[in-house]
Design a binder for this molecule. Sequence first.
Ligand code: B1M
Length: 211
Amino acid sequence: MNETYTNIYEAVIDGDMETTSHEVQVALDAGHPPGEILQDGLIAAMGEVGSLFESGEYFVPEMLIAARAMQGALDILRPHLVEADVQPLGKVVLCTVQGDMHDIGKNLVGMMLEGAGFEVIDLGTDVKAEELIQAVEQNQPDLIGMSALLTTTMPQMSIVIETLQSAGLRDGVKVMVGGAPLTQEYAEHIGADGFAADASQATTLAKQLIS
Ligand code: B1M
């Protein structure tokens, strides 16, 4: 790997936001293509962070700080990516469901999805089924991602899926669900297309669902 990308890669894995942003700016100033900086530096590093998490070497805090380092760099890179017209892998509308304020996991999923090359439209927390339907109509996403951390808010996911069906929108969009109390069985029970246990799996699943 080219030294510039190695520096970015290592800074993300170390969760060093300042160095990551600096190295991305250095790469841009040196004329490296934004799409290549994203792929070979940032996305490659987040892939490694995901592997470190899955193998038990990294835990949520390390994943969070790496994701933040990447997020900071993406803020610098985003306008250049738009200019270079790098096509996103797909569009995801993401939210935490109605009644639920927990957003740390959802944000992490959003960052990882962005890191993997998806365009993420984050509706935030406490999102009603009607708001989500409106966002689907407006943005025509490939995928809806719903997060719930409370057993009391999990049923909101089922309400969203039913509302999508009634609105005739269900066939045009995949639905991915996640959050600590959820299970694969629950996802199947409510008719979601997939469940991911963590942000790394969410990225893999999102790619599978839209392929
Ligand atoms: Co809350 N809370 N909380 N809380 N809180 C839990 C969830 C709880 C398990 C704590 C406990 O009792 N042990 C419990 C729920 C019990 C239950 O329902 N069975 C609980 C409760 C009861 C409550 C309140 C009701 C407390 C009260 O007021 N009496 C209240 C509810 C508020 C509301 O939402 N309406 C409440 C409030 C809060 C805070 C605001 C203080 C704060 C949230 C701050 C915030 O998010 N901005 C908070 C916190 C921090 C927690 C705990 C401690 C940590 C959650 C967290 O951020 N984890 C939590 C206990 C716990 O989980 N151990 C707890 C780290 C995060 C990275 O993990 O969110 O699981 P997680 O996300 C993971 C995966 O789940 C997955 O990927 C992420 C990264 O790997 N994932 C997805 C998540 N979303 C996904 C979506 C996907 C795919 C994967 O696809 C779309």
